[in-house]
Design a protein around this ligand. Structure first.
Ligand SMILES: [Mg+2]
Length: 232
């Protein structure tokens, strides 16, 4: 343990692309949703290509901007709107089925090989929290055995890097920002977000990308999560 980590009590983690790679998961989940629609409401996939879906998304967000912080609600509303546009009588029921197909596949993840051992190790000595803009459920993944709490953008009503996410985490754990560190892959959402409330920051840079922000740097940079056990 280094001097700078000696007083750490809370470590918060980003989820997507920090504990598991998310790109392939979302692609597979979107395929599952399209498969569901092919079976139960085939007109939707015929009428709505990627451009049409993007236009619909923008239209919905212009009318319900609060959905920007609720990606599950937004995805659900988009598919419901496509079903309505195609004239399906049971649009709400079909939308629920299509969204369920998506969210089931959303939890079919493969952890980075260093993730679970690291959480297990750190959870014995620190309070761990999960802070995510995404819609993975910590409880559904069984990660609640490591995390004392999980805050989502949907629940807080603000997305990282908004300070509300990080301030809520400090409240949940009952610690000051000087006793807390956030771990994540995203320069803005994770590192700037945590930095602006005074938390320490660990940038998870698995691909060796150059740091991109001019006005701040992460407290620590690591290329795999095992290094956390050396830091803390
Ligand atoms: Mg991430």
């Amino acid at each position: 343990m280094t001097d700078s980590s000696a007083r750490i009590r809370l470590i918060t983690f980003d989820l997507d692309d920090t504990l598991w790679p998310v790109g392939p998961v979302i692609i597979r989940a979107e395929h599952r949703m399209r498969d569901f629609l092919d079976t139960h409401a085939p007109e939707v996939n015929r009428r709505f290509d990627r451009d049409a879906l993007n236009a619909l998304r923008e239209d919905i967000l212009s009318k319900q901007p609060e959905l920007l912080h609720d990606i599950s609600g937004l995805r659900h509303r988009i598919v419901e709107a496509t079903l309505e546009a195609c004239g399906y009588a049971d649009a709400p029921g079909l939308a629920a089925g299509a969204f369920a197909a998506f969210i089931d596949a959303r939890h079919d993840i493969e952890y980075f090989e260093d993730a679970l051992d690291t959480l297990e190790h750190l959870s014995r000595r620190y309070t761990l929290g999960a802070l995510s803009n995404g819609n993975a459920s910590v409880a559904r993944l069984g990660l609640d055995r490591y995390f004392a709490f999980h805050l989502s953008a949907e629940g807080v009503g603000r997305r990282k890097p908004h300070p509300a996410m990080f301030e809520r985490a400090l409240q949940e754990a009952g610690v000051g920002s000087e006793a807390a560190v956030h771990v994540g892959d995203h320069a803005e959402d994770d590192i700037r977000g945590a930095h602006q409330v005074g938390m320490g920051t660990v940038w998870v840079n698995r691909s060796g990308t150059p740091w991109e922000l001019d006005d701040l740097v992460p407290t620590w940079e690591i290329c795999d999560l095992k290094q956390l056990a050396e830091l803390f």
